[in-house]
Design a protein around this ligand. Structure first.
Ligand code: COA
Length: 261
């Protein structure tokens, strides 16, 4: 697939989506947001793709935020619509039914940090930097940052980042639980691909239900989340893959080959 500001490549059942505006720090302008929406819509329905990896082009920027040239034009009405539009696109990524790994290769600021947080997990190169600098521009995070950041790192740390606008290193992001792992830049994509392949080796429907149980479970009471878990657990018990997986273990046949049925 061809996009104006994205590279999209499918190999070994992994779709790699690369935000590609290198002369503008991979900042998210309107076209790039549309490209992201189209790429992930495609990724969602492509049966050959099991996992997405999202990264930025080059070795310096993941995404340095929404495009400030466009932000400066917003008013109360268009600002709310802008925020809602971005939230919808990032929610599509979060609730894709397939895992998306953010491979954060450099600055992930503002909308870039929010984009990484919409992914299922985050691997960072050791030069990566994270932050929500919006308050320094007179705005607040509008692509989900005020909601996803406290869920990932807790309220106090989220408020510190959102209210100071401070940038933190990859190691600090790891310490507070914003990223899962920090690796050398050259190890970033191989690490993300290794994790993707581990996921791909598991039962596709179990992956989908696990994602759904965690994502939706975090939005509702624990009692409701537990009910959802039981329902999804029941659905997983009705799959052919459940029989295949358990038979492979009990009959000592090694790792099961799943069909996604
Ligand atoms: N929107 C639009 N353009 C951006 C941008 C953004 N969010 N972030 C960077 N750019 C552009 C710069 O204007 C510059 O373009 P130019 O060469 O045409 O002047 C280019 O990308 C490279 O950025 P530059 O600032 O020169 O790189 P740097 O290494 O000196 O600094 C950053 C890197 C990330 C620290 C700095 O670009 C920055 O602070 N960006 C804004 C981050 C931000 O506030 N994001 C939140 C927006 S809500």
């Amino acid at each position: 697939m061809e996009f104006e500001n994205l590279l999209y490549d499918v190999k070994d059942r992994i779709a790699t989506v690369t935000v590609n505006r290198p002369d503008k720090a991979n900042a998210l302008n309107a076209q790039t947001m549309l490209d992201i929406m189209a790429a992930f819509s495609q990724l969602k329905i492509n049966p050959d793709v099991r996992v997405g990896i999202l990264t930025g082009s080059g070795e310096k920027f993941f995404v340095a935020g929404a495009d400030i040239n466009e932000l400066k034009e917003l008013n109360a009405n268009s600002g709310a619509a802008f925020s809602q539009h971005g939230q919808d696109i990032f929610s599509l990524i979060e609730n894709l039914g397939k895992p998306v790994i953010a491979a954060v290769n450099g600055f992930a600021l503002g909308g870039g940090c929010e984009l990484a947080m919409a992914c299922s997990m985050r691997i960072a190169s050791n030069n990566a930097k994270f932050g929500q600098p919006e308050v320094g521009l007179g705005i607040i995070p509008g692509y989900g940052g005020t909601q996803r950041l406290p869920r990932l790192v807790g309220k106090g740390r989220a408020l510190e980042l959102i209210l100071t606008g401070d940038m933190i290193t990859a190691d600090e992001a790891y310490r507070i639980g914003l990223v899962n792992k920090v690796v050398e830049q050259r190890e970033l994509m191989p690490t993300a691909e290794t994790i993707a392949q581990k996921i791909i080796a598991n039962a596709p429907l179990a992956i989908k239900y696990g994602l759904e149980a965690v994502n939706h479970g975090l939005e509702v009471s624990q009692a409701e989340g537990l009910r959802l878990e039981a329902e999804l657990f029941g659905l997983s018990c009705a799959t052919e893959d459940m029989k295949t997986g358990m038979a492979a273990f009990l009959e000592k046949k090694g790792k099961a080959v799943f069909k996604g049925k």
